[in-house]
Design a protein around this ligand. Structure first.
Ligand code: ATP
Length: 402
């Protein structure tokens, strides 16, 4: 439909970027990006109308997203000749808009387009040797100033390299090293840095990506206190196992995986040193508070659980781990080398934490108790007794409350 529409309007439309890359790599990708050589917003509005969808847009960036009735999102961008603040970075030869649009992208593997106008529907547009690089499994920038223009691409290069098990090309690697020598990472705002880091920490191959960032000197450039040491390396490797185990269980609620890895990356830093890290990443007050709380909760719970000499009752495991956010519980699991403790944590995550009791405040009211903070205490005691199997079923729970 979009292709036909483009033809009717008299413009050219292309599917671009990650979608095309992933089709060629025979991987699924549900993010469809279109580039049109006319006003993208007008195009999106028309497309939405034709397909009974909705269009939302960003006037400033001349981009729009069309949400189709089945929920599929289609991003629509305008191919622009002028994009950079520093056009001197680009050759001034005449280029078609689509070529220019592709040229401003991060890597050759992301700079492919497929023409969707009917006469040439499905024709692959490859100006920069993208197909060759996909075949050679190489991440390569489009020009020598790429990392100067946008140093976040250094982290993106690692992300794609590790995701697809590609290699960063030789010249691109030298450009990264140069960019690091020039301290370009320093110029990045905390916000952009965190955004890229989160993308990496939410990928599958997190451990190898962090190692690669370390090897290239990116972690050091972000902050010297972030360089890997053997303790961090060990925990990060173990975290990858623990988190993939946890994700396979499809437990609720889903956790913020990146936070758990972030804890591992910062392991061994004092509270004061962490402040410097939060500063570098420009964390908000509430994000700082969250990490401060998370680290304290871990410290307290890990101390308690590691000091245990005898077997723990389920209620004791629950009492130690319940105050800790799940990200922290998984961190403790990765951190400990003791199998018995890993087992306790696994028991907590897969069953103790999810157990529900059959009585509630309503039952307490019926028993004639006036609502008060006492309610929570009584219900908690009931829960702990249930966890240990001392009482079972609603009747026994009510008797227990009495
Ligand atoms: P993913 O599979 O992670 O979504 P993607 O390739 O779709 O990968 P996005 O971050 O969604 O990545 O970006 C979409 C496209 O926009 C990319 O394919 C790339 O061409 C371009 N792009 C994104 N970020 C940059 C950047 N910092 N510099 C240049 N081009 C970029």
């Amino acid at each position: 439909t979009a292709g036909k529409m483009a033809e009717e309007i008299g413009t050219e439309a292309y599917v671009v970027g990650g979608f095309v890359r992933d089709v060629l790599l025979t991987k699924t990708n549900f993010d469809l990006d279109l580039v049109v050589e006319s006003d993208g917003i007008e195009f999106a509005k028309k497309l939405a109308k034709k397909m009974d969808g909705r269009a939302k847009y960003h006037r400033k960036f001349k981009t729009a997203v069309v949400i189709l009735p089945d929920g599929q999102r289609v991003d629509v961008a305008t191919a622009r000749l002028e994009y950079y603040e520093y056009p001197a970075a680009l050759p001034t030869v005449e280029l078609s808009s689509i070529k220019m649009d592709l040229y401003r992208r991060d890597f050759t593997v992301n700079a492919l387009a497929v023409h969707i106008n009917p006469p040439s529907f499905g024709k692959l547009v490859d100006f920069f040797g993208s197909q060759r690089d996909l075949k050679d499994r190489t991440i390569r920038v489009l020009h020598a100033l790429s990392f100067v223009e946008d140093p976040t691409r250094i982290m993106r290069a690692v992300r794609f390299e590790q995701r697809f098990n590609f290699r960063i090309g030789g010249q691109t690697l030298s450009l990264i090293k140069n960019a690091l020598k020039l301290n370009l990472i320093n110029k990045l705002s905390g916000y952009r840095l965190v955004h890229e880091l989160k993308l990496i920490l939410n990928e599958k191959a997190v451990f190898s990506s962090i190692k690669r960032l370390n090897e290239l000197g990116v972690l050091e450039a972000v902050h010297p206190m972030l360089t890997l040491n053997s303790a961090r390396t060990q925990v990060l490797a173990e975290l990858e196992k623990v988190l993939s185990w946890y994700s396979m269980l499809y437990l609720e609620p889903p956790i913020a995986v990146w936070k758990t890895y972030f804890l591992g990356m910062c392991m061994g830093l004092s509270k004061a040193k962490m402040e410097q890290i939060y500063d570098r990443f420009n964390f908000s007050q509430s994000e700082r508070r969250e990490f401060v709380h998370l680290r304290e909760a871990i410290f307290w719970a890990a101390g308690n659980i590691m000091n245990i000499k005898q077997d723990l009752k389920p209620s004791e495991i629950y009492e130690i781990l319940h105050p800790v956010p799940l990200e922290g519980v998984l961190f403790i699991m990765a951190r400990t080398k003791r199998e018995a403790i890993k087992k306790y944590i696994s028991q907590y995550l897969t069953s103790l934490r999810l157990m529900k009791i059959d009585v509630s405040g309503d039952d307490l009211k019926e028993l004639g108790l006036i609502p008060s903070p006492q309610y929570a205490k009584l219900l908690k005691q009931t829960k702990l007794a249930c966890l240990d199997g001392i009482i079972k079923g609603k009747n026994e729970q009510i008797d227990f409350l009495k």
